[in-house]
Design a protein around this ligand. Structure first.
Ligand SMILES: [Zn+2]
Length: 327
């Protein structure tokens, strides 16, 4: 088998012809060229007439063991009618304007999903900023356009970074279990940007929106998705219910005296455990029998409803929880 054929197979990039290979100071340089005859526009990918010759360029490829691999080619510039511009021709092994081959960018993006940017930078020997640029490029190539997508059940949440000084709003498609949109900022304004991008007909298809109770997304959903059912995050509801229960318990401790106050005072953890997920009680086999109490809007959770245990003090808590539901 010829050396160039071996090299082409080892490189694993399609649409590429290997012309030669030689060792340089910084690794193995493989001279390549596109397999198509007529040059294509680097921006839109259409065939375009050549304009002039550019300089030799190198693209960093996946290393063979400890040896760095470089693909070398001298591209021409093309005059594209569609883009109405002169730009560098398209090459099959790399994205436009990238100095890394597509397999190398895929690897960097994959590692960035599993680790932090600094680790990826050290492992691959590329700068921290370059890792960021690669990740952006790969994500934009893979991202499906949002407009017109069929979304029925979505979830919206915010994430903070830079020590809670900045926020990202993230929208997920619960049915396909994937992130469909992310934007800087939080609250109704950020969600409005997503809904604008989605388009009117796609907005009308949304049936349910899940969110937590502190996100500030409620007004945007009420205004722009009037048909959608709002489902609050289960854990927020449980935490608020637990707080309400504790508030009622404290009020009763203040009202009662002597032995009665002592008994209610010591009930805190028993009540919270009963009210919450009940996991610890369940583990010990002491879970109380649960009876459904009147369903509040906040209790409807994707097929689950919070079931409350009717202890004497637990019943008192309903008043507190009903108050929370209205606030
Ligand atoms: Zn073009």
């Amino acid at each position: 088998m010829r050396l160039t054929t071996v090299m082409r197979r080892l490189l694993g990039v399609t649409g590429t012809i290997v012309r030669d290979a030689y060792f340089a100071d910084d690794g193995l340089v493989v001279e390549v060229k596109p397999s198509w005859r007529r040059p294509r526009c680097g921006r839109c990918g259409r065939r375009a007439p050549g304009y002039d010759q550019s300089k030799e360029r190198r693209w960093r490829h996946l290393p063979f063991g400890s040896t760095l691999i470089w693909l070398s080619y001298t591209p021409c510039r093309v005059q594209c009618r569609r883009c109405q511009a002169v730009c560098t021709e398209k090459v099959p092994w790399a994205a436009h304007r990238s100095r890394f081959t597509s397999p190398m960018e895929e690897l960097a993006a994959y590692l960035a999903r599993r680790s932090d940017k600094t680790s990826v930078s050290e492992l691959l020997g590329i700068s921290w900023r370059t890792v960021g640029a690669i990740v952006e490029r790969v994500v934009s190539q893979r991202r499906r356009p949002l407009a017109g997508r069929a979304l029925r059940v979505i979830g919206v949440d915010e994430f903070s970074y830079r020590k809670h000084h900045r926020y990202l709003t993230v929208v997920v498609d619960h049915e396909r279990r994937e992130v469909v949109w992310a934007g800087v900022g939080k609250g109704a304004k950020a969600l409005k940007r997503f809904l604008d991008e989605l388009g009117e007909s796609a907005r009308e298809q949304i049936e349910r929106v899940t969110m937590d109770m502190a996100g500030g997304y409620l007004s945007a959903v009420h205004k722009h998705l009037p048909q959608a059912e709002i489902i609050f995050d289960r854990f927020h509801v449980q935490r608020l219910a637990g707080d309400a229960l504790d508030e009622v318990r404290r009020a009763q401790v203040r009202e009662l005296e002597g032995e009665e106050a002592k008994q209610v005072k010591g009930l805190r953890f028993v009540l919270l455990e009963t009210w919450g997920t009940g996991s610890r009680s369940a583990e010990r086999g002491t879970a109380h029998q649960s009876l459904p109490l009147p369903r509040l809007p906040a209790q409807r959770i994707l097929g689950h409803s919070a079931r409350l245990s009717p202890t004497q003090a637990g019943s008192s808590c309903v008043a507190g929880l009903a108050g929370l539901g209205q606030s």
